[in-house]
Design a protein around this ligand. Structure first.
Ligand SMILES: [Zn+2]
Length: 191
């Protein structure tokens, strides 16, 4: 008898948010950064539903449009930096991932989720490509006599650059970081 009461007592926990007594069978256990939270159903839904709403009905048209603008602006910032300083500094390309990621979230009506992550990733790839194209064009346009060098000429030159410059590895490291940021910013949030 005594043992049974003890057992029953152990099955009730206080909600970490509102303090309400919550039974072990209905409570929600959330493992977070180094600590465990126990939430009653009411508090759990209160925290979860805004986060779930974040992934529903994103304005994809808005995300694409604002994302494209960010991709162009990002490439121009990178290009501008290289032209202004004369330093081929791939680190700036990391900014593109952040800018595109934030813009996609903003354009979609502050939504998140896989679709927006894919969009952010794709636009960041295009922006990095466009930025490199602008930078290469800037350095060699004298030879061609036109600013917009042919894309196939750019690709050839870029291959050459990759196989001859030890810096190319660093560029790819920064591109990787940029793309990682691009897919992380619009990621669905969880509690
Ligand atoms: Zn509660």
């Amino acid at each position: 008898m005594e043992e049974k009461r003890e057992e029953e007592k152990e099955q009730w926990y206080n909600c970490s948010a509102c303090g309400k007594k919550t039974h072990i069978t209905t409570m929600n256990v959330i493992e977070g950064k180094g600590k465990t939270l126990i939430l009653c159903d009411g508090c759990y839904k209160g925290v979860r539903s805004p986060l779930e709403k974040e992934t529903k009905n994103p304005n994809m048209m808005g995300a694409v449009l604002i994302g494209i603008v960010a991709a162009i602006v990002g490439a121009l910032i990178w290009f501008g930096f290289v032209v202004a300083t004369g330093i081929l500094w791939g680190l700036i390309s990391v900014v593109i991932g952040y800018l595109v990621g934030k813009s996609v979230v903003w354009g979609s009506g502050n939504k998140r989720g896989v679709k927006l992550q894919l969009l952010s990733f794709s636009l960041t790839c295009l922006s990095l490509f466009f930025g490199e194209y602008l930078i290469f064009s800037w350095y060699i346009h004298d030879i061609y006599g036109v600013f917009w060098i042919p894309v196939n000429a750019f690709i050839l030159l870029y291959k050459e650059y990759l196989s001859t410059s030890p810096r190319a590895f660093l560029d790819f490291l920064f591109f990787g970081i940029a793309l990682w940021i691009a897919i992380t910013v619009p990621r669905a949030r969880k509690i």
